[in-house]
Design a protein around this ligand. Structure first.
Ligand code: NQM
Length: 353
């Protein structure tokens, strides 16, 4: 680590934005690393005015990348969610959006050599131990960021980054259905607790007294609803084996409703209490997996496609995810995947407060 500053690359990954670091450029002591990252991002402060965080959970994110330590993987990716108002640094969740930038970052930093016109990087997601393979365009030994792929929630187009997941089932260590049941009843509301990369509590929007089509601002301003979401997730988390999650960013809660824009299911997601402006990648994969299961909350509300690709509607558009599921007893996930884009925003030295 430099005495004055820390090498850092700011990237948009999918619909999130975060600071990417090589693990070697950060302190190896966890407390010292977390303290440094909080100062870099400017937390705690609702505006993160004295740091590079963007004053929202979706832009208060860090990726720590290092050479792979396990066979058949190229790099290790540790995701850290930094609080905005709170001085918290959590490694309890994955982030499939920042994941989109990890392969390009590994090439940029020389951890992985670019292939010909395409490069595949096998990424171990340290938070859960699962593996993602990122495939993206490379040009003359560098990353090709320009392209024609649009993703909802990001203006313009960029080169596609295909992410294929393996072993995301039970990312928090308690299986695909962490309560051991397809449906639980909590506070009089039927929920399906699922984890295919992200622990999520799925409930029907109408059971919480909303339509599920509200704009983000309306949800953000509905304190009563957010109170119900909090009590639902606190109780669900105990049953999911996650313990007391008052300070944790998981589980997320997704309210589902019938699709209204040609998709398979309409979603409104709380991360964990602020409404998501779109939907998390692995969060969406988890919800798509749940609604495929006969009897799960949302199954009857969904318009299920014949193939494995599922169009998840969210407040700012659509996210196409792939979830191949064996709906047996117990159900098993065969594979999941998604297409994202990423962009290098700056590369330099960040000076912590
Ligand atoms: O679910 C937000 C995001 C995420 C996480 C969140 C994510 C995922 O949109 O894989 O990407 O759920 O906190 O970046």
């Amino acid at each position: 680590m430099s005495a004055e500053g820390v090498p850092c690359m700011l990237m948009r990954g999918g619909t999130s934005k975060g600071a990417y670091f090589l693990a070697d450029d950060l302190p190896s002591d966890k407390a010292a690393r977390d303290d440094l990252l909080l100062r870099i991002m400017g937390s705690p402060d609702p505006r993160q005015i004295d740091g590079i965080g963007g004053a929202h959970p979706l832009t208060s994110k860090v990726a720590v990348v290092s050479a792979g330590t396990e066979p058949d993987t190229d790099v290790d990716y540790l995701f850290l969610q930094l609080g905005v108002e709170d001085a918290t640094v959590s490694d309890r969740q994955n982030c499939g959006n920042l994941l989109a930038g990890v392969g390009p970052f590994a090439v940029e930093r020389g951890l992985v050599r670019a292939g010909g016109s395409h490069t595949s990087v096998r990424i171990r997601m340290v938070n859960s131990g699962s593996v993602a393979v990122a495939s993206f365009a490379t040009l003359g030994g560098g990353v090709g960021y320009e392209g024609a792929t649009a993703i909802s929630g990001v203006p313009g187009t960029a080169a596609p980054i295909v992410l294929d997941f393996a072993g995301t089932e039970g990312s928090a260590g308690h299986g695909l259905l962490p309560t051991g049941r397809l449906v639980d009843e909590i506070d009089g509301v039927r929920v399906t607790c699922v984890d295919n990369g992200m622990p999520v509590v799925v409930a029907a929007a109408k059971d919480l007294g909303v339509t599920g089509y509200e704009p983000v601002d309306a949800l953000a301003g509905d304190d009563a609803l957010r109170g119900r979401v909090q009590s639902l997730r606190l109780a669900a988390a105990e049953r999911m084996g996650l313990g007391d999650v008052r300070e944790a960013s998981v589980p997320k809660t997704t309210l589902v409703a019938p699709p209204v824009d040609g998709g398979a299911i309409c979603t409104r997601t709380f991360i964990p209490l602020r409404p998501h402006t779109s939907v998390g990648v692995l969060g969406a994969v988890s919800v798509a997996t749940a609604v495929r299961l006969d009897g799960a909350v949302g199954h009857d509300l969904a318009r299920l496609p014949a193939g494995d690709r599922m169009d998840v509607e969210h407040p700012t558009g659509h996210l196409q995810v792939e979830a191949e599921v064996d709906d047996g007893s117990p159900p098993r996930v065969r594979r999941s995947g998604v297409v994202r884009t990423a962009r290098k925003l700056f590369d330099g030295i960040v000076f912590p407060r």
